[in-house]
Design a protein around this ligand. Structure first.
Ligand code: AMP
Length: 268
């Protein structure tokens, strides 16, 4: 833990755990010689996990979600479990030290798994995390998914997870009217298949009080991260026009990937 604490306090250096994990396979390969290195930003409930994981399947890169790393650590009943459960159940952020430690371990596993490239989901969430990441690797693109808060709250309340396969579903049927020049949003529920139905659980941090706290913390602590990437010309703003059927093709178009999906299925 001492090394991680130093990492967070000092300017990132190549001897840090995160840097070693990033560079263990190939230090700074040219962008055209490697897979994408993207980040997904956005408020809780916006759908980062859904769209990032679909894109990862399409592009053949790992989907690295720090929220999943935290939940895995929680369910492992390891030494950090009780501390993490208190933080997560209050909607607070885990310390930069712990998150970087969990992320470093996941990145170090990339070599053994034969993975290259990544889409990071839920990281960075603080300016410190953004600065550390910037110091250790090249991020090509940061996608900022956006939805109005009323929709975010309803989506989090409707979220269900299959306790067996880990997939996300949503039982909410949303029809929110547009106001102040913003278009309305309609989203059909995303029901699970029959075999997941009896295994659905609700995340312990998806209660109204905790969601509101997570949204408050996002606006206060994570919003500046958007500006960090905007000022570097890396931020792609994407207003979700509705549920997956409406949003997915538009997102692929915004990423210049509209033909990619067809080419991949033709090649399969
Ligand atoms: P998520 O699934 O992304 O909503 O994350 C669930 C919880 O894990 C968050 O509410 C935080 O407590 C914690 N967490 C995930 N990613 C981070 C991060 N980058 N920094 C701090 N805490 C995080």
């Amino acid at each position: 833990m001492a090394a991680i604490t130093c990492l967070v306090k000092r300017t990132p250096s190549l001897s840090s755990p995160v840097a070693r994990a990033f560079f263990s396979t190939n230090s700074h390969p040219a962008r055209e010689d490697r897979n994408v290195q993207w980040v997904f930003l956005g408020s809780p409930g916006v759908g980062k996990g859904t769209y990032a994981s679909r894109l990862c399947t399409l592009l053949g890169v790992p989907h690295i979600a720090t929220g999943d790393l935290v939940r895995n650590e929680l369910s492992s009943n390891g030494p950090l479990s009780s501390q993490l459960s208190e933080i997560v159940n209050q909607g607070k952020l885990v310390s930069d030290e712990i998150i970087i430690n969990l992320l470093s371990k996941r990145l170090a596993a990339r070599e053994a798994n034969g993975e290259s490239g990544f889409i990071l989901d839920g990281f960075p969430r603080t300016m410190k995390q953004a600065e550390i990441l910037e110091g250790v690797t090249d991020i090509d693109l940061v996608v900022n998914l956006k939805l109005q808060e009323e929709v975010l709250l309803a989506k989090c309340l409707g979220r269900r997870i299959c306790s067996q396969c880990g997939k996300n579903f949503n039982v909410a049927s949303l029809n929110i009217k547009g106001e102040n020049g913003r278009p309305g949003v309609t989203m059909a529920p995303l029901f699970p298949p029959e075999h997941c139905m009896s295994k659905l659980i609700t995340r312990s941090d998806d209660t109204e009080v905790v969601i509101k706290e997570r949204l408050r913390i996002y606006n206060e602590t994570s919003r500046p991260v958007e500006e960090f990437y905007r000022s570097r010309g890396k931020l792609l703003e994407f207003d979700l026009p509705g549920g997956i059927p409406e949003s997915w093709p538009k997102l692929l178009h915004a990423l210049n990937l509209d033909d990619y999906e067809e080419k991949q299925s033709a090649a399969a």
